[in-house]
Write a protein that binds this ligand. Structure first.
Ligand code: FES
Length: 107
């Protein structure tokens, strides 16, 4: 599911990603990890910088997601790697349009 409007892509319905959970979605050919933190949505590059694990399939604890492959942990709000804050996973802007979650992916 995807539609483009000034680089905003609909990736799912709000109900598809309930609070405390993440989803792996695709927009503009990019794998994106979408998270719902108490009703606020955040998006990171979905490919873990360690060895390419699927961050969108990681478990959330508070604002921290843990990569399901080897346990690297990132703040879903900022993309900061928890063991070395200088390593930051790219983030994407997220907005809600009606019941749709949209992510902005610049070309
Ligand atoms: S691939 Fe994510 S921790 Fe190794």
């Amino acid at each position: 599911m995807s539609s483009s409007d000034d680089n905003w892509f609909t990736v799912c319905k709000t109900s598809d990603c309930p609070p405390g959970e993440g989803r792996e979605v695709v927009a503009a050919g990019r794998l994106i990890a979408l998270f719902n933190l108490d009703g606020a949505y955040f998006a990171l590059d979905g490919v873990c910088p360690h060895q390419g694990g699927p961050l969108g399939k990681g478990a959330m604890q508070g604002c921290i997601v843990t990569c399901p492959w080897h346990g690297w942990q990132f703040d879903v709000r900022s993309g900061e790697f928890q063991l070395r804050k200088t390593l930051v996973q790219p983030t994407f802007d997220v907005r809600i349009d009606g019941g749709d979650v949209q992510v902005r992916v610049k070309p």
